[in-house]
Design a protein around this ligand. Structure first.
Ligand code: NAD
Length: 353
């Protein structure tokens, strides 16, 4: 096959290492800013306050109201609070929900963003913003939304509960696995996907064994950066579409849903593109769907949608919604194929391919 691709690198500054959160004041100065508006969830307000206190007068305020699914009314209230505080930049400390709030404010104000991620979701390196209005979640891509600076400090992930660590990491792995067969993939996105998968494969057993193992945490966070960058670079397919459907229409939890579906969506596509998914088989074992199921089981991750509270009676409607709009996928599908896939994921079956 001859190569044919377009590659656009994300113009972001990435700083990685234990303790780099202490470089936040310097990162604010480097942006030419002096009034940082610091965002977190209510659960992580303590971390946001600690960061604010370390900024020597550069903190314009702490706003600890980030919540799941980036509701538009929360974002609009946050924009008003940032304006009232005279903020000239945003600092998001937390997971994808907090990063999402920062992106939503940046989308409306064009304020520069610094993100200090504490999960493996990867949102900090994408130009994607998901928002919810009237119970409908929509997604947009805009350069304004891409954070300017990311400070990856694995010390901040030491307290991430093991269960969330694993499901969040499986969420990251899904970005990389789908990146391998993305129709707009390129040699750089494939390199990052393979390295990201290998890093998470190497690190996650260590986190289960000892959640405060800084080396394992560092490997996982680096893997998450690589996988997130793949998400920000190429187009996702069936797996992300199904997760979006289950999250948006059935209020299923984000990272856990990714974790459960990943073996099934990869097993489905492995039939059509075994060569493109060969790195997954090399890293995790063959066949790739079964190997990903076994990996998740070893890590005590959830493996069945029914464990997450989805009703069997909802599967028909989920399949119908998932096929209602066309999108690219390496293996063609119809409603019956998706219903079968969802049925297997609901039951927690081990895929055969
Ligand atoms: P999250 O941000 O919702 O965090 C879950 C909970 O864990 C929160 O209460 C949070 O405060 C807490 N938490 C986070 N880090 C912690 C830590 N180190 N220690 C203790 N508690 C911690 O979860 P998430 O999975 O990171 O993000 C999910 C959201 O991100 C979804 O809404 C999803 O759509 C979005 N997302 C967006 C993109 C994108 O590119 N736009 C990519 C991935 C995910």
């Amino acid at each position: 096959m001859t190569l044919n691709f377009t590659y656009t690198g994300s113009p972001a500054r990435i700083v990685f290492g234990a303790g780099v959160r202490h470089q936040l004041a310097a990162a604010i100065d480097r942006l030419g800013c002096s009034r940082a508006f610091i965002l977190s969830t209510p659960q992580q307000a303590g971390e946001a306050e600690t960061l604010a206190a370390s900024l020597g007068g550069r903190a314009a305020g702490v706003y600890a109201h980030a919540t799941m699914h980036t509701p538009v009314e929360v974002s609009e209230a946050a924009v008003a609070a940032a304006r009232a505080a005279g903020a000239d930049c945003l600092v998001a400390v937390g997971g994808g929900s907090t990063t999402g709030l920062g992106k939503a404010i940046a989308y409306r104000t064009d304020l520069p963003q610094i993100v200090i991620p504490t999960t493996y979701a990867g949102s900090e390196v994408t130009d994607i913003l998901g928002q919810t209005a009237d119970n409908v979640k929509t997604t947009l891509r805009d350069p304004k939304v891409l954070p300017e600076v990311v400070l990856y400090d694995p010390e901040l992930t030491l307290g991430l509960p093991v269960g969330l660590s694993i499901t969040s990491a499986l969420n990251a792995m899904a970005h990389a696995a789908e990146g391998l067969y993305a129709e707009d993939r390129n040699p750089i996105s494939t390199l990052m996907a393979v390295e990201g998968l290998a890093a998470l494969h190497g690190a996650l057993p260590g986190i289960v064994a000892d959640p405060r193992d800084l080396e394992a945490r560092s490997g996982a966070l680096c893997g998450a950066w690589l996988c997130g960058t793949v998400l920000g670079t190429v187009a996702m397919a069936l797996h992300h579409k199904l997760c979006h459907t289950l999250g948006g229409s059935f209020d299923m939890p984000h990272a856990e849903t990714h974790a459960v579906l990943l073996p099934h969506t990869i097993a489905y596509n492995a039939v059509a593109v075994p060569d493109l998914l060969a790195p997954v088989a090399r890293i995790f074992g063959a066949p790739p769907g079964a190997a990903l199921h076994d990996f998740a089981t070893t890590l005590h991750a959830p493996t069945a949608l029914r464990e997450l509270g989805l009703k069997e009676a909802d599967l028909d409607r989920a399949a119908a919604i998932a096929v209602s709009k066309p999108y690219p996928n390496p293996r063609p599908f119809d409603e019956a194929a998706i219903r079968a896939l969802l049925g297997a994921a609901w039951a927690g079956d081990r895929p055969e391919t």
